[in-house]
Design a protein around this ligand. Structure first.
Ligand code: GDP
Length: 206
């Protein structure tokens, strides 16, 4: 089986972390998913893992603040780490403070293998998105930008947004993946990018 397929089949929920003390120690490579609330992060994780309810999909933005750890243990061992969504306009100040403290507790000093930054394909980056990307660059964490909900656009608009994204984000086109949890657009590309980022991908595949 190709490594790309392994992600799809063997991902399971490992644990949530609501407080810094709940964050598991770093033991295996970690691929981090970040984005504002409602950007489509849960839908993406479900689609990548080919499971309907691995992550909870919400129609109401602004959920409990937690970092969720998913584990994939065959044949290599690694985690998908779902950071809490940010930028929910109505979030109380205490929730924002909780977000920062939890996310910082996780990220600071964590040797993250790769980050997937989700951005709504129809929209420019928010200031919070830019902060995340800046952080990843600064920490030398390689990142992919996934343009979400591409199915919501007609093909001409999709093409226009794909063209605009490198200039809007400052990222190389090779690191931008248009994605749709509804149609499956970008699933293969994103899975391959994750597989390629994991250490010793070739050895694991054999
Ligand atoms: P999260 O808050 O980032 O985890 O976002 P969710 O995955 O919960 O999705 C938020 C909303 O956007 C839900 O109503 C989803 O059904 C919808 N959504 C997510 N991904 C897509 C997509 O690719 N296409 C469309 N049309 N809707 C999507």
């Amino acid at each position: 089986m190709s490594l790309e397929k392994i992600l799809l089949v063997h991902t399971r929920f490992e644990q949530p972390a609501y407080r810094a003390a709940d964050i598991p120690p770093y033991t295996v490579p970690e691929i981090v998913f970040a984005g504002r609330s409602n950007v489509g992060k849960s839908s993406m994780l479900n689609k990548l893992a080919n499971q309907k309810s691995l992550a909870r999909v919400s129609s109401v933005p602004g959920k409990t603040v937690s970092v969720n750890f998913y584990r994939c243990d065959r044949p290599g061992d690694f985690r998908l780490v779902d950071l809490p969504g940010y930028g929910y306009a109505k979030a109380a100040r205490t929730d924002k403070a909780k977000w920062s403290s939890l996310v910082e507790s996780y990220l600071i000093g964590r040797p993250v293998t790769m980050a997937v930054q989700l951005v709504d394909g129809r929209r420019p980056l928010t200031e919070d998105d830019e902060h995340m990307l800046h952080y990843f660059s600064e920490q030398q964490i390689p990142f992919i930008i996934a343009m979400t909900k591409m199915d919501k656009m007609k093909s001409t608009e999709q093409a226009a947004r794909k063209n605009a994204f490198p200039a809007e984000t400052g990222a190389d086109a090779a690191h931008i993946i248009p994605f749709s949890a509804r149609t499956g657009m970008g699933v293969a590309e994103l899975t391959a990018a994750i597989a390629a980022a994991l250490p010793d991908a070739e050895q694991k595949e054999s």
